[in-house]
Write a protein that binds this ligand. Structure first.
Ligand SMILES: *Cc1c(COP(=O)(O)O)cnc(C)c1O
Length: 335
């Protein structure tokens, strides 16, 4: 795996810490739980999208772009990180936000990531739930081109074979770090949505012939669809990296039992996970992704899915600024 061939703009504070979580491990009474802190990538309050943006923006700059265009749900962490990177590099940024969740809640509509998007000077357009969001950014791109700008379109979540290189790079970073710390990692668990994080990890670990198994906890799509999306993108990413051994379907595993009523809809397990990580480890998860990912990890530990001697690493993908968009959910259950 040689990532040096790809244009890349350094944006992350890396390597991010790989930490043992002693109080969570004790409370769960199962395997040893570690955390890879990609909530601490640094740029614009951090998170997993900065990893992908290193390669996406590298490509954008190589192509002479002056305007980043992307899309996401109203409380998108990806949009916030893209807007921060654009500001840092002096690029314009337009984001199309989808009202994917039906709500009039003022915190959801104005606080959290939306507040930060506005502070970052990002131009925001809104679309109703169910809009074809890729078509929406293509329309914005055409409009910008017609007005003389040089837009670069980034798909939702930054999830294509270029963005996913960011997580192939994390596979190498994590394997190196674990070797240095003398840690044998059995499983890597994280929240999976637009699939680029898991696809990049799977492609990178495959390229390294690492035995670490990746488990994605879904936040939106049902299992079959999620696994198909991850596998397709992992294969495209491996091909893009010039890995000629095909990524086997068995390398892709997603558990989509923790979505609840839908994308961005709170679940009791998510609220419990967010509170437990705060109170046991002083770490903030988020309501849409890492909270549900950790809820899945905790439930699977309690069900005895993992052996007591296993070492689990939870990849914290960031997103805690989204908590401020969910004020009532946490205040109601803060007793
Ligand atoms: C986007 C996001 C994810 C999911 O990553 P994908 O690459 O879209 O699957 C997980 N956690 C957080 C906090 C995110 O913002």
């Amino acid at each position: 795996m040689n990532l040096a061939a790809f244009p890349r703009t350094k944006l992350c504070q890396a390597p991010t810490p790989l930490e043992f979580l002693p109080r969570l491990t004790k409370a769960l009474g199962g395997p040893q739980v570690w955390m890879k802190r990609d909530d601490l990538t640094g740029m614009g309050l951090g998170g997993n999208k900065v990893r992908k943006l290193e390669f996406l923006v590298g490509d954008a700059l190589a192509k002479g772009a002056d305007h980043l265009v992307t899309q996401g749900a109203v409380q998108s962490n990806h949009v916030r990180q893209t807007a921060a990177v654009a500001a840092k590099l002096g690029l314009a940024c337009t984001a199309v936000l989808e009202h994917r969740i039906e709500t009039n809640d003022s915190a959801y509509l104005n606080n959290g990531n939306v507040l930060l998007d506005r502070l970052l000077g990002c131009t925001i357009e809104y679309q109703p739930g169910g809009t074809d969001m890729q078509a929406a950014i293509e329309e914005v791109g055409a409009r910008l081109t017609a007005s003389g700008a040089r837009p670069y379109l980034i798909p939702g979540g930054g999830s294509n074979a270029i963005g996913a290189l960011g997580y192939a790079a994390v596979a190498l970073e994590l394997v190196t770090q674990a070797n240095e710390q003398g840690l044998r990692i059995d499983r890597l668990v994280h929240a999976t949505g637009s699939a680029g994080t898991q696809a990049g990890l799977v492609a990178g670990l495959h390229a390294l012939s690492s035995p670490i198994r990746v488990l994605g906890i879904g936040v939106r799509a049902p299992r079959e669809k999620q696994e198909a999306n991850v596998l397709r993108l992992a294969q495209a990413t491996a091909a893009h990296m010039g890995v000629d051994r095909p990524v086997p379907a068995e390398a892709v595993e997603a558990n989509c039992d923790y979505v609840g009523a839908g994308y961005g809809q709170p679940t009791p397990g998510m609220v419990e996970a967010v509170r437990m990580l705060a109170q046991l480890e002083g770490i903030f998860l988020d309501p849409v992704y890492s909270g549900k990912g950790m809820a899945g990890l905790m439930d699977l530990v309690r069900k005895g899915t993992f052996g007591p001697g296993e070492n689990l690493v939870f990849l914290h993908t960031g997103g805690s600024s989204g908590l401020f968009g969910y004020v009532d959910v946490f205040n109601a259950q803060a007793a």
